[in-house]
Design a protein around this ligand. Structure first.
Ligand SMILES: Nc1ncnc2c1ncn2[C@@H]1O[C@H](COP(=O)(O)OP(=O)(O)OP(=O)(O)O)[C@@H](O)[C@H]1O
Ligand SMILES: [Mg+2]
Length: 246
């Protein structure tokens, strides 16, 4: 494997997190979301683990770093807590998804903004409640022009924390049950975006996710109850949302 890599080890609290993230990344890729290369690896195959991590069993997730170039050179990256001048402990507060979108609209135009909306809708579909300010970043590949970074930390969190709510408000709501046209209007108004293309993106992302999930081979890596939970989340959000938009 070339380049620089991040390895995410299993969690002591929650089962199968590396498998969960690996499958959600595979699903995101099938939906058209931009992602770094990643692999599920055996922990026994990792060299140079810290002493206290050598007796952990199972799989880990290796993810290629997008803030390093092919020769290891640094690419400047800023997460949205840094961009807003907030402390890390404010990552669930003080700003909304509309505030992020408004920065992306000014700095990256449609490309970054629409990709952000696609990832946000995808996160609601899979039940990923944890998309706080530090899980979104700008990269500066040519040192000057910002671009939304590839996606990271896409984990279905609802199987671990039932009834959880979105990390930040989205059009005034933190619900993971559905996306409403009113929510999209409020989000678009606050971010000063055109609402029509955003609604189109909602429908398109739902349809793509349903189709991709139906044939996704990697989902067999998930423990059965987790697979059922994610399946139910996707189907429920899709049904609740599509009937409001059609
Ligand atoms: N592929 C990548 N390339 C470069 N930096 C990355 C990459 N993936 C993640 N990061 C950085 O590492 C940080 C931690 O990664 P990630 O969010 O995946 O882990 P986490 O431990 O689940 O985080 P959290 O605190 O949100 O639970 C991110 O906030 C981001 O700054
Ligand atoms: Mg994170």
């Amino acid at each position: 494997m070339n380049g620089s890599w991040i390895v995410k080890l299993p969690s002591a609290r929650f089962p199968a997190v590396p498998e969960n993230e690996f499958v959600m990344l595979a699903l995101a890729r099938a939906v058209g979301i931009t992602l770094p290369e990643n692999h599920l690896i055996n922990i026994n195959d990792i060299r140079g683990l810290p002493e206290d991590a050598t007796n952990i069993e199972g799989k880990a997730l290796a993810i290629q770093r997008f803030d390093r170039g092919p020769n290891g050179q640094r690419i400047h990256m800023e997460d949205f807590a840094q961009i807003f001048g907030l402390f890390p402990e404010d990552k669930y507060r003080r700003r909304s998804y509309a505030n992020i979108a408004s920065v992306l609209w000014a700095e990256t135009g449609e490309i970054g903004t629409f990709e952000f909306v696609r990832r946000l809708i995808f996160s609601i579909l899979i039940g990923n409640a944890d998309m706080h300010l530090k899980n979104w970043s700008l990269l500066y590949p040519d040192k000057h022009t910002p671009a939304l970074s590839p996606a990271y930390d896409l984990v279905a969190t609802l199987p671990y924390i039932q009834g959880d709510q979105l990390a930040l408000t989205f059009g005034g709501s933190r619900s993971l049950n559905e996306i409403t046209p009113d929510q999209i209007r409020r989000f678009a108004d606050t971010a000063r975006l055109p609402a029509n293309p955003i609604s189109q993106l909602v429908i398109e992302t739902i349809e793509r996710t349903i189709t991709a999930w139906g044939t996704l081979e990697q989902k067999e890596l998930l423990p059965d109850p987790m697979k059922k939970n994610i399946d139910q989340q996707i189907q429920t959000v899709a049904k609740n949302t599509l009937r409001l938009f059609r």
